[in-house]
Write a protein that binds this ligand. Sequence first.
Ligand code: ASP
Length: 435
Amino acid sequence: MITVVKFGGSSVASATQFNKVKNIVKGDEKRQAVVVSALGKRNKQDSKITDLLYVLSSHIKYAVDYSSVFNEIYFRYNEVKNDLGLKYDIQADFDAFKANLKNGATEEYIVSRGEYFCAKLMANYLGYAFVDAADVIKFNYDGTLNYEKTKQLVKAKYEEVGAMVVPGFYGSYPTGEIKLFSRGGSDITGSLLAMALEAEKYENWTDVSGVLMADPRIVENPKRIAEVTYDELRELSYMGASVLHEETIFPIRELSIPIYILNTNAPSDEGTAILQSSSISDGIITGISGKKNYKAFTIAKAITANKSVVIRKCLEVFEHFKVAVEHIPTAIDKFNVIVDGKKVEKKLYDIIGKLKEVEGVVNVDVDGDLALVAVVGRNMALKPGMSGLIFSIFGKNNINIKTIAQSTEEISIIVGVAEADFEKAINAIYDGIVR
Ligand code: ASP
């Protein structure tokens, strides 16, 4: 059985980083399928190649001279090639790229070259076969992934070439035209390969030693999460934790392939395991995340109006305006509809107007000062009084709870607070439960 390894942008930012990647890959012969991102930042001031490629593409779109940004990109790749003393004919590939730019290349093609050139360099450096993602990662005409085709093609290719390097972040339509995933999508390429090759595990190498229990910009020195389940990770990332691309889990979930988040710069650190289920049961919560900028609509109905009907009709209003509903806490004659603030910014008054027209609705108020904090943990259900504990922590810290949402399965408890209390709330929970 093999291991799929994916290296993010900072892991391939320079020749020094390429060298670390080689040591990791060659350190275990099971590491047979390698996915790379485009070159990332070498330091804080540096640019990510993917960002430069988007700039290049808009220069072309608006017919602005693009030679300096093109040269900057070429320079980054050429430097890695020279520093590593590789034979790869980078000039020929960049000439072909330039010719395509003159012939109406699409933005998706242009941006995909970041991963493409990086994979070419890496394949040459490792002595592995280069496999173009356009030949094995396949989308349908409607832009959805074609899992079956992808599985077949990846498997056949691996059987043909053996150890391989595949560029992340893109695939192709049935016509062969390049299609990108959304930003951060190289994570998905890795998990598609893991699915197709029925890998023993999927190692996702980055620049942090695993996932932390809370955002280190908010909580000082938060602990590392040793194991997190697929479901917990989904809750944490949905509520703002940026770990993996949200869709990474989908292809490998059914096969229960574990993912490990590891640090290219500290390869012997333990990292975080993302698993179907976990047997670690110490610690009540797994992590805390959260987001600001929510809006809560408070809708009051007439005492005589049928609640289910009013809720349904109000939700239809949100559906009509294509606004996803996050939570719907209800009371007897009132209920809240909580949505992402950015999604309603431009249509707020239209939505309020339509809600007021719903039969049975007597009043609509909007609270625009709402942040949600998610306390996530598979062990919470086993511990009675979790919500009580959170309430008392908030009480002690003088934090007013605006709303609370909890599912019966209790993998997460979501609490709404004023935006000004957001950081304080996360710290209070961390100090009260974890420390
Ligand atoms: N290079 C792409 C990005 O910056 C994709 C990736 O790194 O996963 O979003």
